[in-house]
Design a protein around this ligand. Structure first.
Ligand code: IPE
Ligand code: IPE
Ligand code: MG
Length: 241
């Protein structure tokens, strides 16, 4: 099986999952954390090397304060409860997104998780938290402009590699497969630059229902896609035309 090296997931539908059961949105998010655990475990078993999970977008701050607080609390809960086990399983945890506006306790936990697991290499779990694709590009641009203004970089030498390297995902390969649950068919400001050639798979299931078999199903869909990267399909190439 041709397993994608990097799978990125927009974990959507926690609220609807809860509403359908007459429960609070918070309980949907809580159930969503269980689905995160299963997704990480499954990714390791399938042989995926990088798993990026969209946990909180730069636009999610617009939600009611109580829900924002719940989501912050759940991130802390997840790291506190699961970090030791992730480390045992040799998972490297990394976080992408804007960090300045995060509370110090969250920042400290994220840094602790990254530091503890930085030598691990079974699977890289990349948590996109306070992440926005546009914000990522803006911050990268600022970095590059500063280097140019300082005379450390010749503007004429700026190319796609320069920008790719300056993004939060600098040394992480682009996603091969981008999955979104909940039936919505949009990117919602996720990895805008990085997903240029990702295969998109939209699943109707809500995130709390995303289990190992749903993950496997998405990988099977990926198997049947032909990636061309602007070229022509490989058999046609071999034939010459
Ligand atoms: C995804 O579920 C989790 C986050 C965005 C943090 P939602 O909370 O967006 O659930 P729906 O889309 O309202 O059902
Ligand atoms: C995308 O879901 C963000 C995350 C999954 C963290 P949203 O629920 O915020 O996206 P929209 O608002 O439906 O586009
Ligand atoms: Mg949503």
């Amino acid at each position: 099986m041709n397993v994608p090296q990097h799978v990125a997931i927009i974990m959507d539908g926690n609220g609807r999952w809860a509403e359908r059961r007459g429960q609070t949105r918070t309980s949907g998010h809580r159930k969503g954390v269980e689905a995160v655990r299963e997704a990480v475990r499954s990714a390791g078993e399938f042989g995926v090397k990088y798993l990026t999970l969209f946990a909180f977008s730069s636009e999610n701050w617009h939600r009611p304060q109580a829900e924002v607080n719940d989501l912050m609390g759940l991130l802390k809960f997840f790291i506190r409860r699961d970090l030791a086990e992730l480390h045992r399983e040799k998972v490297r945890v990394r976080v992408i997104g804007e960090r300045m506006s995060l509370k110090p306790d969250i920042l400290a936990l994220l840094t602790e998780a990254e530091e503890l697991t930085k030598e691990n290499s079974a699977l890289e779990l990349i948590i996109a938290f306070n992440y926005g694709g546009r914000d990522d590009i803006v911050r990268a641009t600022r970095l590059i402009a500063t280097r140019a203004a300082n005379g450390d970089l010749d503007p004429a030498s700026i190319c796609e590699k320069t920008l790719s390297a300056a993004l939060d995902t600098g040394d992480i390969p682009d996603p091969d497969l981008l999955i979104r649950t909940s039936g919505e068919q949009r990117i919602s400001n996720f990895l805008l630059w990085q997903a240029a050639y990702a295969e998109l798979v939209f699943l109707p299931c809500l995130w709390p229902d995303f289990d190992r078999s749903a993950f496997e199903g998405a990988l099977q869909v990926y198997q049947n896609r032909t990636r061309r990267f602007g070229n022509i399909a490989e058999p046609d190439l071999a034939l010459g035309s």
